[in-house]
Design a protein around this ligand. Sequence first.
Ligand code: ATP
Ligand code: ZN
Length: 676
Amino acid sequence: MSHLIVQVVLDTPLDFCFDYRYPVASEDTQLPQVGQLIVVPFGRRTEVGLVVGIKNHSEVNEKKLKDALSLVEGVPPLHREWIDLCRFAASYYQRSLGEVALPSIPKKIRHLGKLALKRALKSLDEKNGKFLSEREEKPQLHQAQQNAVSAIMHSCGFAPYVLYGVTGSGKTEIYLHSIEQVLDRSPDAQILVMVPEINLTPQLETSVCNRFPHENIATLHSRLTESERLKNWLKIASGKARIILGTRLAVLAPAPKLALIIVDEEHDPSYKQQEGLRYSARDLAVWRASQLKIPVVLGSATPSLESWQHVLTGRYIKLELPERAVKDAVLPAIKLIDTSKQLLNKGLSGELINAIQRRLEKGEQSLLFLNRRGYAPVITCEACGWISSCERCTAYMVYHKSHRLLRCHHCGLERPVPRVCPDCGNADLQALGQGTQRVEEGLKICFPDARVLRIDADSTSRKGSLQQALFSIHRGEVDIIIGTQMIAKGHDFRNLTLVGVLNPDTALFSHDYRSSERLFALLMQVAGRAGRSSLRVGANPSEVLVQTRYPMHPLYQATLSHRYEKYASELLAERKNAGLPPFGYQVLLTAESRKIETALAFLRDAAADIPCKDGIMINEPIPMAMMRIANMERAQMLIESNSRACLQHMLREWLPQLRSRKTGVRWQIEVDPLSI
Ligand SMILES: Nc1ncnc2c1ncn2[C@@H]1O[C@H](COP(=O)(O)OP(=O)(O)OP(=O)(O)O)[C@@H](O)[C@H]1O
Ligand SMILES: [Zn+2]
């Protein structure tokens, strides 16, 4: 009996492939192929690995070589480009290939759920066939939309587009038309469409399913059940799914025939994975498009400064939609309400209350945006100054009135609300500030006849509940919506003419240099929920009221005129002066330990190890802004360079040393960190 050697990567941090013997018993033995999944013994377990190479001889001592057990049947070999994508992501984000490739494969396959696999394989041809809502007319594209679609369709090879369209300008329609044309043009082409948040997938799914009822469509996001994930992933890997919709993790979908990639709301921070492999799905999408020589469309009303800078230098092509798509729909007027000079009633200014009242009279909807869930951010004792801090984090515990609980939103710790002050026994504890639950309560008192709906992580924790809530808004069963950023982005509410923004000021004073870019984008997004249909006779003109204590702040002044471009150039000028991204490149090393001194000392030692310091700036290690979470104290060290290659080179030399350090400190490296 002869044998081959298969080179297999496994889900371990060890960055090499393992050689296994693959017995070839007879001529009929099925030979392994690169990209196939294979079952191998690893230590005392059996594991599923990915075959990345096949050869005749191994350098490993013959006696140490083990036999591979079997190929995973039914899963098509994953194609080389996909392996190269994983390889690139691994090398760029400093992980092993196995740590990138294997976790992206459904658990049911990796755990050898044979029955599940068999069942899933049977339904690969399943077409969408379901209509998720009333079918809508396909609108006639406006000139600007036509130009955009035509540019995308006429591109040749790799073509990165920034679809810069104000909110409500009909970007979705451009996606749908481009998808349609690509599908018509090539009988086996696949298209990947990504959205930043899971709660936006159903909306896009509805549009896509309605438009393409006879296509094979697969979604990929983290809330699928394992069986759904298995089925959808197989549909994608086998090339049967023509349209792939998903959140950031869909960028690693092993689609063999990708012909177009669309990244909606490309500026959104949710495209950055914040744990494990800390990748930017937007950046990987662009890399993938360039690898496959296909177009990629990055859509946004407020493109990220990274993408915008590429537009300015001509590396990316700008496709512009300057106006709203629906006839007579205009961007809402934005007004700043100075709350430093007035008393608020349940967190609401008189002007906002009047504006809501006018909406109620006309049967229109209002949306209030407050990015703090819970009842109140903190409770205090006015007698002695006690404050509800989390005992395990550098954070306050948030008051959740309905459960009579204090809850830490960082570590999850819960405590009953004390009846009296734990320090001085005073019985008069005060809830300070506003959370969504408290505003909801206030709204019900101010407008007893109105139908108020709160949407935040607490109100939508049950599967399907967010969907229900959104449907009831669309059906007009809600008058006033109060919600967190969950509700701020992407939704197309037709009867909404007022948006109120409550206390967005905290971001103005953040130590994170990206916070103004983020706040500006969020304000534009949430403002963009108002006035998306044509103005009806006698209806209120759409408006946005922002309650702030700092109305003169340049950021708010820029939002007044919806002037993204001007504000973007100001921010870019600042970034350039300071050598910050997109003009410089960064890597963040974070460390955590029971004691902050240990974490800081680890970072200092790590800094001393950095082998090649040319062109590299190493900042002093500092405690993180939120220093303690769940009793672990955290510190960070930022490393900068104006050359990406320089940083990458340094990391390759440095990380093996760092990994070999024996310390009790947990550490993480993050390339292109988004929040600092
Ligand atoms: N050519 C068109 N004619 C008429 N209506 C259109 C046209 N294109 C799009 N619309 C409608 O315009 C509305 C806004 O479109 P869409 O939701 O795609 O905007 P968007 O650019 O994605 O906005 P946002 O950035 O806020 O998500 C939708 O109700 C859509 O049906
Ligand atoms: Zn905590």
